[in-house]
Design a protein around this ligand. Structure first.
Ligand code: FES
Length: 302
């Protein structure tokens, strides 16, 4: 018997927002749908969003799932969490947020929270016309777990976002390694590589602390150009690059000219047809949020 929290059991026995949202052609709203998993693999989730076009706000969210107690509770929790958020705000909801809302999940069931976060991302990308499949194409040669169809980029992402340290945890979060087990050695190598990359920015830790302290000390004063560029670099290094690297891409700051931030997109991001959208959503929105709402991000040719 799994050790579920009261909140998990509550949402399992009386799930909120279960079902579909039908298209009614209501003016000013659009319905978006995101789907992840497969019944053959044991879990599947379909998420429906009703979005107010003018405000980008999620007016309603409903789910249909084929899964266990924690899949139903995670999906129900997700729909409760995102109602009333804008799409950009909803994109910040992580699988950890879903698990926290539930008061925690057994580690072997964390893949249910990951499935919720992925369905949300799929629905929003579908709404925005961003082809998620473009990254999947890049991953064709990097399929790590053939039993569950899990790519290297997906494994990297879940390791980074959840600070995972061993292959068993990866299995718990995305199922990779939970079948024949022949991919477990590859998963160990990926964990090692992610941890090595993660230690690189630590070399700049003292510098980053100094930047943060300088910025905090400046309080109400506007940032100097040097502080502004340092803050842009810090946000890119700590908040943007880990996500892009997990998807097989990367970004490098090339120049800052007034409010124009010029970047070099690398790897999957540079060749990917959704790179413009990646810039707008993943980089520009984050820099506007953390540094200045006037910033405009542009990609420069390598
Ligand atoms: S290839 Fe990953 S469990 Fe079989």
């Amino acid at each position: 018997m799994w050790d579920y929290t009261d909140k998990v059991l509550e949402l399992f026995y009386e799930p909120k927002n279960q079902g579909a949202i039908e298209e009614t052609n209501e003016s000013g709203v659009k319905i978006a749908m995101g789907e992840v998993g497969s019944i053959a693999c044991g879990d599947a989730l379909r998420l429906h969003l009703k979005v107010e076009v003018a405000s980008d706000k999620i007016l309603d969210a409903r789910f249909q799932t084929f899964g266990c107690t924690s899949a139903i509770a995670s999906s129900s929790a997700l729909t409760e969490m995102i109602k009333g958020l804008t799409l950009d705000e909803a994109l910040k909801v992580s699988n950890k947020d879903i698990a926290n809302y539930l008061g925690g999940l057994p580690e072997a069931k964390m893949h249910c929270s990951v499935m919720g976060q992925e369905a949300l991302e799929a629905a929003i990308y579908n709404y925005r016309g961003i082809p998620l499949a473009a990254h999947d194409d890049d991953d064709e040669g990097a399929l790590v777990c053939s039993c569950f169809g899990i790519s290297e980029s997906k494994i990297r992402r879940v390791i980074i976002e959840n600070n995972l340290t061993d292959a068993e945890q990866v299995t718990n979060y995305v199922k990779a390694g939970g079948g024949c087990g022949s991919c477990l050695a590859n998963i160990d190598d990926i964990i090692k590589s992610v941890r090595e990359q993660a230690t690189a920015p630590a070399l700049n830790k003292d510098y980053n602390v100094k930047v943060a302290t300088d910025i905090a000390n400046s309080k109400q004063r506007p940032l100097t150009n040097v502080q502004r560029i340092a803050l842009i670099q810090k946000v890119l290094d700590e908040e943007v690059r880990p996500v892009l690297i997990a998807d097989g891409g990367d970004v490098e700051l090339y120049d800052v000219d007034g409010d124009r931030v010029k970047v070099l997109l690398q790897g999957a991001c540079g060749s990917c047809s959704s790179s413009t959208a990646t810039l707008k959503i993943a980089i520009e929105a984050r820099l506007q949020d953390r540094v200045s709402k006037n910033l405009i991000v542009e990609a420069v040719e390598p």
